[in-house]
Each structure stands twice: as C-alpha cells, then as structure tokens.
Design a protein around this ligand. Sequence first.
Ligand code: PXP
Length: 246
Amino acid sequence: MNQKLRLGVNIDHVATIRNARGGIHPDPVRAAKIVASVGGDGITAHLREDRRHIRDADIERIMDATDLPLNLEMAATDEMLDIALRHKPHAACIVPEKREERTTEGGLDAAGQHNNLMPFISKLRDANIRVSLFIEAEPRQIEAAIHLQAPVVEFHTGRYAHFGFDGDAKGVESELKRISDAAALAAKNGIEAHAGHGLTFENVQPIAAITQLAELNIGHYLIGEAIFLGLEESVRKMRSLMDAAR
Ligand code: PXP
C-alpha cells in the first residue's frame, strides 16, 4: 500500500499581504488554523533574514495556535540557529538564502558547505529538531545529506515547475526522472524525502505519484488560489489531487 503523502502548507504569503499594509490583517495564524481544520498535515514558514513575510513574533503564535507540526525554513546562520533553538519547532528546513532573490531560487549546496553545516545540524539534532536539507535532486547532494546525518531532504521542484510553465515536455520528463531517482536513492539510505517549490493544481500529480516522497510543501500557489476559492477549498483541492495521484 502507498504511504500517505503529507501536505505541508507554506503560509508565508499570507504574511506578505499583511506586511504590505504594515498592520495585522490578514493574520497567518488564522490561515494556520484553517489549514489544520481542512486536513493539512503541517505548517511551513520561512523566517527570512529581511523578515519580508513571517516575522519573529509569528513563530510562537503559529506554534500555539494549532497542533500541526511547524516546519521552520531558515538559512544556516547563527541568528536563525538561536531562534530555532529557542522555539524548538518540529522541523527546521535549511535553505540557501540570497537577500535579493524573490524566492528560494535553488537548492542548498550541502556538498560544498559540508563543514559549515555539520556543527549547525548537530546543534539542531541535539535539540530534537528534525533537520531537513532543501537540495537539488542530485546524488552528490544526497551523499552529503547522508554524511551530515540529516534525517530528511526536500527536493527543489522549481526546475520541474518552470519547464512545465514553458511548455517544455522533455524538460518536465527529465526533471521528473531526476526527482524520482533522487527520492529512491534517499529512501534507500533511510532518508525521508520531501519535495516542494512551484507546485500547482496542474503540475502536482506527477510529483505526488512518486511513492518514495513522504511530504510536499506548497505555498505561493495555494495562497494565490485562496483569493479565488477561499483557503479551505484551495487546500482541500490540493489534498484531493495528491490523494488521487497515489
Ligand atoms: N519548500 C521550501 C523549502 C521553500 O523554500 C518553499 C518556498 O518558500 C516552498 C517549499 C514552497 O514553494 P512555493 O511557495 O513555490 O509553493
């Protein structure tokens, strides 16, 4: 039987809209509660260095508001390490971060930054925070995750999504194979495989059909669709597309 595929909903962009006016509405905590009420399996939030969406005070409020596990995305900096150790979210997903980028544009170079990441990851592990590395679906990055004893990797699906937006069927096929091979390699080595970035109602199913994937983290599209469908329906529809693909 297929393992159930978890859906983590990234609520960053509720905070982006809130911050556009500098007030308190719309509140990402309200979004987290709705996600919990319609069968989302987790909340994902990225505390960026520039705090462009989720802010420090949101973390505690989100963790208090629901029983869903929080997957805190963060760069491998001392500041973020302190924050993670203070709040102890269920998981910390280490992402590369460039101040000028619009969103996380590529995977973490876990292989190249191995020595810097090792002490960082062991401190999170000692605090019982589940470490996930947001990487490209490449064997050398998975090897690095094995050496770093990361229990989870999340594969960046941005290239897959972009080939689809460009109508490049060959590109989509080759990315799917790359992600599927990487998920199999991770699973063979006892690492839980997640995926996310740029996933939509149109492109989620081939990714959801990769049986070695345990979780998808989806944000921008779900929050965008919530404008038209409402957040409940947006999450429900994604959930049912994922279930139908398994
Ligand atoms: N997973 C990670 C690690 C991310 O950084 C992001 C974007 O913040 C996502 C998933 C969600 O991507 P999207 O907002 O494109 O669905």
